[in-house]
Design a protein around this ligand. Sequence first.
Ligand SMILES: CC(C)(COP(=O)(O)OP(=O)(O)OC[C@H]1O[C@@H](n2cnc3c(N)ncnc32)[C@H](O)[C@@H]1OP(=O)(O)O)[C@@H](O)C(=O)NCCC(=O)NCCS
Length: 337
Amino acid sequence: MSTAAAIRPGRDDDAAGFIALVGDCWAEYPACVMDVDAEVPELRALASHYAAKGGALWCAERAGRVVGMVATRPLGDGAWELCKMYAAVSERGSGLASRLLALAEAQARAQGASGMKLWTDTRFTRAHGFYEKHSYLRAGPIRALHDLSNTVEFGYAKPLAGVVARQLDTAAAASAETRLSLVLRDCVEDGASVSFLPPLATRTARAFWHRTAAEVAAGRCLLFAAWLDGEVAGTVQVDLATPPNQPHRAEVKKLLIHPAARRRGVARRLMREAEAAAAAAGRSLLVLDTCEGSAAEALYRSLGWIETGRVANYALLPDGSLCTAVMFGKHLPIRPG
Ligand SMILES: CC(C)(COP(=O)(O)OP(=O)(O)OC[C@H]1O[C@@H](n2cnc3c(N)ncnc32)[C@H](O)[C@@H]1OP(=O)(O)O)[C@@H](O)C(=O)NCCC(=O)NCCS
């Protein structure tokens, strides 16, 4: 297709096109059936429906046919909900869905939203990949709608503005593999000394984050992600798997900020979250190591970490040379017992 589909505000009289589009998308999945009047009557006057909720609706058209739609509405808790995100099969891979999502996010942001939430059918695997690519992570419990399609839905969410760091539970960690792989790959390409050497295959990066999710599930690792203006931009881990004689110690590792998101305070925010969570987990001593002369060395000093020693020829840098490691420690002020 040479030209992009046109996007405009949705209208009530788009009803026939919206019903056909949603019906076609549902029909792609097994046992997903549509009874408009019984279960989705709002489709008959969708613009009025979202206007009454203080939200907005968009329609994408090509040659007079509705080929895409999206809506958003405030939830009242600072977050907005993304709703009715559909693109026709003929538009998949064209960038239309991303353009619609960007419009809905921009609208919510302009109205002061702190974050976006959404529900997606557990059967809609293509949608899960789409949301994860756009930095949404699984959040909260699964919900069942008890409807004709026996719909069961995953919740997804992301912060929309500024720098936000959050600890990830296992569901969020597993859904973060796509974005965290991108951060890891681009940091390694950029010259970071973080276990891997370039070129880092996506498969290797994904396998690493999958293993990390399993460590989170086992309670051996605390994993954090940070968003910068709605995109996953960084991560850090606290390794709790210390030997029985060091129950009070943990290691901070894999602090990675995407090269395009540096010097915006993302690492500082992540480190603060990680240190607080480590203390809450009863760890009073943190250790880590980093390359001599790296940006990370300056960061740790600025956060009050104390150098405990140096080891020459510790690790290979991506250019094949050896770096000296600087060892750091930090005692956390936690109350015993
Ligand atoms: C090191 C790294 C995590 C810093 O991330 P960041 O988000 O850019 O850091 P922040 O913006 O939070 O910076 C916080 C402070 O760290 C220090 N700092 C960060 N980058 C620095 C740099 N390039 N030179 C000197 N100091 C730097 C500064 O004190 C900075 O505060 P300031 O901006 O007010 O001066 C990032 O460069 C990175 O991911 N590097 C590659 C991976 C890596 O080396 N990880 C550490 C493994 S141990």
